[in-house]
Design a protein around this ligand. Structure first.
Ligand code: FES
Ligand SMILES: [Fe+2]
Length: 469
């Protein structure tokens, strides 16, 4: 549940007031900016290689062998995860401090250490050289050779990594609250997308679906959610296919904002068709499938009032550093929510961690049904067919430019808010004074770098952070 305090607000209008309460300044400004075809670019305040001062999902703990380490590139940095027989998984800069071979080619011979394959120097979870196996028990390099260590913490079988240069915050601060709630469970799907991490974020909050997914039958009947479409729906008079589909959203309203996230709904969804004077025609053009009136009530009429986040239900939201939510989910009825967490890899690729989160089924039968729902329906339909076969192919490498001027529209109200206001509330701006690689770079970096004391070992780590490949 999200704590309500003086910093959080729940709004319901498209830029004015709700129940007499004016919108917070940032929502008002984003709404105004959206009316003017703003040229706010993707990297004005947002870093091309990701916000640094955050925890990110790294690996599944089960994938880190008791002997074999695992290599993962995150935020442009090469990282090796290992544990040996220790319970905790550690993460080091992958390039050996000795003569720069890959530590991930080595193995864990002792608990909590990794031994480089080349000359056998051995490092612990803090990156300290603890042995030189063929150099000798009294190797003089101990205390003089150290690799960069990344703080790690585990939750729910996933090892998270602190990518910042300042002191880590508690992991819970950066985890989505829904997965900290014991009443919920989730399924993960992880894959590398050929796109800069910002585009899957933008795509999650830009209200493209009524056009890009217009042929997707679950969208053909006005507002609905893919997970609401059930097989038995094929024989139901409620099948959205038979109802008017969304003609337009009438813009986007920000309905909730706090220090790290915002949520939104369409301003005024219209169904059926709209006349567009500029082309002297109506859209959508094909109406042959409309047999039944649109559902009454707000959105589909059955969207839960309260989301899994404990705030009013919403269509799309974004949370720092790089998470988006589609749909709200609810404890009543049992509706799941899609949360996607983008981890930058290179400038042109990102690892997408999808968490499909919902209430934990209480019975064995309930668990079996939920699992079948996920593997037979939700994953192939929503995550693969819609997100990977329609969304990703639209903006993957060479199909979308990041360097040309953009003109943002009313559909982009949340994109504007994220690119400007939320970015400036990020820890990178709070702790470093800016974001690496953006047009507003840090002004006070290197908080935790070497002290430069004469006897301090030089820490071998990435030479430059925040610069893309
Ligand atoms: S390069 Fe790693 S031990 Fe020599
Ligand atoms: Fe989409």
């Amino acid at each position: 549940m999200v704590e309500q305090d003086s910093k959080t607000r729940i709004n319901g209008s498209n830029g004015h007031a709700i129940d007499g309460v004016p919108l917070a300044h940032d929502a008002e400004m984003a709404w105004r900016e959206a009316q003017g075809a703003t040229p706010l670019g993707p990297f004005e305040y947002v870093p091309p290689m990701g916000f640094r001062e955050y925890w990110y999902p790294g690996v599944f703990k089960k994938d880190v062998g008791t002997k074999k380490p695992i290599f993962v590139k995150m935020l442009g940095e090469d990282i090796v995860f290992f544990r040996g027989k220790a319970d905790k998984v550690y993460a080091l800069f992958d390039w050996c401090p000795h003569r720069s071979a890959r530590l991930s080619q080595g193995e864990s011979l002792f608990p909590g250490t990794i031994t480089c394959e080349y000359h056998g120097y051995t490092f612990d979870g803090q990156g300290e050289c603890v042995a030189g196996l063929i150099d000798g028990p009294n190797t003089p390099l101990i205390g003089k050779m150290k690799g960069k260590a990344y703080p790690t913490a585990e939750h729910g079988g996933i090892v998270y990594v602190w990518m910042g240069e300042t002191e880590p915050v508690p992991l819970e601060e950066d985890l989505p609250p829904e997965i900290l709630d014991d009443r919920n469970h989730w399924y993960n799907r992880v894959g590398v997308w050929d796109a800069n991490w910002t585009e899957p974020v933008n795509q999650g909050i830009d209200y493209h679906e009524a056009y890009l997914h217009r042929k997707e039958f679950s969208y053909m009947g006005g507002w609905t959610k893919p997970w609401r479409v059930k097989f038995h729906g094929l024989f139901s008079k409620n099948l959205p296919f038979f109802r008017p589909r969304i003609a337009n959203y009438g813009g986007v309203k920000i309905t909730y904002e706090d220090e790290k996230r915002i949520c939104s709904n369409p301003s005024n969804t219209r169904y059926g068709e709209s006349y567009h004077p500029g082309v002297d025609d109506t859209w959508p053009k094909k109406r042959w499938y409309i047999f039944l009136p649109k559902r009454s009530g707000r959105l589909s009429g059955s969207v839960p009032a309260t989301s899994l986040l404990g705030i009013p239900s919403f269509a799309h939201g974004v949370e720092l550093p790089s998470k988006i939510r589609t749909g709200s989910g609810s404890h009543k009825p049992a509706i799941s929510m899609k949360m996607r967490w983008m981890v930058p890899v290179t400038f042109e690729t990102c690892r997408v961690w999808t968490y499909t989160i919902g209430p934990k089924p209480k019975t064995v039968l309930g668990r079996a049904y939920k699992y079948l729902w996920y593997v037979l329906w939700n994953k192939p339909h929503s995550l693969v067919r819609i997100n990977e076969w329609e969304d990703l192919v639209t903006f993957q490498t060479d199909r979308l430019r990041y360097d040309l001027p953009q003109k943002l529209s009313t559909l982009d109200t949340v994109v504007i808010y994220f690119r400007r206001h939320l970015a400036m509330r990020s820890r990178d701006f709070q702790r470093l004074g800016g974001a690496y690689g953006s047009n507003h770079p840090p002004t006070r970096a290197g908080v935790k770098s070497d002290t430069g004391e004469p006897n301090e070992p030089a820490v071998v780590g990435p030479a430059v952070v925040g610069v893309h490949d």
